[in-house]
Write a protein that binds this ligand. Structure first.
Ligand code: NAD
Length: 352
């Protein structure tokens, strides 16, 4: 449980010695290094990284405001301006130190600055460790649409050190857990509780989740087929994230994905694809592990419009990942507005 390979990207599972990252930087010849972080990872994570990784003492630091609002073209422009002002060459290295927000923005900037420079992801949230930092998807939001502008561009390495999670708020941990349970639903034969208190068991679950994603990305890096299954729960999830940001209501990615997973599970059962037994298992596992909050009926039509505009959608109707069984997803199932509304109504019935 030390390293996984995703093409030329090495994924290292490290402790606070950062042995592999130190070795990588000592053996490489970058002209400069820029660390991109946000206000909270600057405070909680950067000091450890600077203390333990000797090659970073002269790194330029770019600090972004924390939160999803930073995933904008304006913020990326600001990064370009700072890279140009500090004369960073094509042989520079960008290190993204943060959650999915920093990894998505920093990876996007790295993929287009001087037509692409090397970058490393050091994820500091659970969601980024098991999902966002892995697989090379980068991007920003635009006009209320999630990740509508972006690239697929692999980092040179990904450094996973679960000790960063010590300062992460509990709600953010649950956001990452949502993606871990998603992996169980789409990829494993059975669902098991994820142990948050036993460090060894927890690290093993993180490793298993990462390994599953790596396997999928290796088969289908550019999301032509298999990789689409990772979007389970995301058709409705992304619409909710996009709409809530338009109306200035806070919701975490994982919370939105939980809503989407319940709706997609209900749709699978409603279409008689999924057995009652598997339906019950999935719904009860989600209910036991997550707090569910009501989605106002008044939002349903706006959410549907966003789903039609989802970048994953090349059909007339929104396209979903549904399930034939636990561990057996099916891609590109078109779903009508009425069914989507019924699934959201079912979700709301669980929020008691
Ligand atoms: P985030 O990056 O916004 O981080 C959540 C909050 O935690 C922020 O306030 C951040 O400052 C803070 N934080 C980060 N690390 C911390 C630490 N160690 N201690 C204390 N605070 C810390 O959110 P996220 O949930 O990591 O990522 C969400 C984003 O990831 C979304 O934009 C989503 O679209 C994207 N995403 C991308 C992919 C992909 O494949 N590229 C996959 C899933 C999600």
């Amino acid at each position: 449980m030390n390293v996984l390979k995703l093409k030329s990207c090495s994924i290292y599972f490290e402790d606070d010695r950062f042995t592999n990252l130190n070795a990588y930087l000592s053996n490489s010849q970058y002209t400069s290094i820029t660390i991109i972080c946000d206000t909270l990872t600057y405070k909680h994570c950067l000091p450890l990284v600077l203390k333990r990784i000797k090659n970073l003492s002269k790194a330029h630091i770019i600090k972004l405001p924390n939160g999803e609002k930073s995933k904008s073209i304006d913020v990326v422009q600001n990064i370009f301006a700072q890279l140009i002002k500090t004369q960073q060459s094509k042989k520079m290295l960008i290190i993204n130190l943060g959650g999915g927000t920093v990894c998505d923005i920093g990876g996007f900037a790295a993929s287009v600055y001087k037509r692409g420079v090397d970058y490393i992801n050091i994820p500091t949230t659970l969601l980024a460790m098991v999902d966002a930092a892995i697989g090379g998807k980068t991007g920003v939001n635009f006009l209320g649409l999630k990740n509508i502008i972006g690239t697929i561009y692999q980092p040179k390495c990904i450094i996973i050190n679960t000790n960063f999670l010590n300062t992460l708020p509990q709600l953010e941990i649950y956001s990452g857990l949502a993606e871990m349970y998603k992996t169980q639903i789409i990829g494993f034969k059975k669902m098991q509780p994820i142990n948050l208190t036993n460090k060894t068991l927890f690290q093993q679950s993180v490793y298993n989740t990462v390994k599953f994603k790596v396997g999928i990305v290796l088969k289908d890096e550019f999301e032509q087929h298999e990789r689409k299954i990772l979007n389970f729960g995301h058709t409705i999830g992304h619409a909710i994230e996009g709409y809530y940001s338009q109306i200035n209501t806070q919701i975490l990615h994982g919370e939105a994905v939980v809503i989407g997973m319940i709706c997609a599970t209900w749709l699978s059962y409603h279409r008689q694809l999924l057995s009652h037994n598997d339906f019950e298992k999935i719904i009860s596992t989600i209910k036991n592990n997550f707090k569910l909050t009501l989605v106002s009926k008044q939002y349903f039509s706006a959410l549907y419009l966003l789903m039609q505009n989802d970048k994953k959608n090349s059909f007339k109707l929104p396209s979903f990942i549904l399930l034939k069984a636990i561990g057996l997803p099916i891609i590109q199932v078109e779903v009508s507005k009425m069914e989507i509304i019924k699934s959201l109504t079912y979700y709301n019935s669980l929020c008691k």
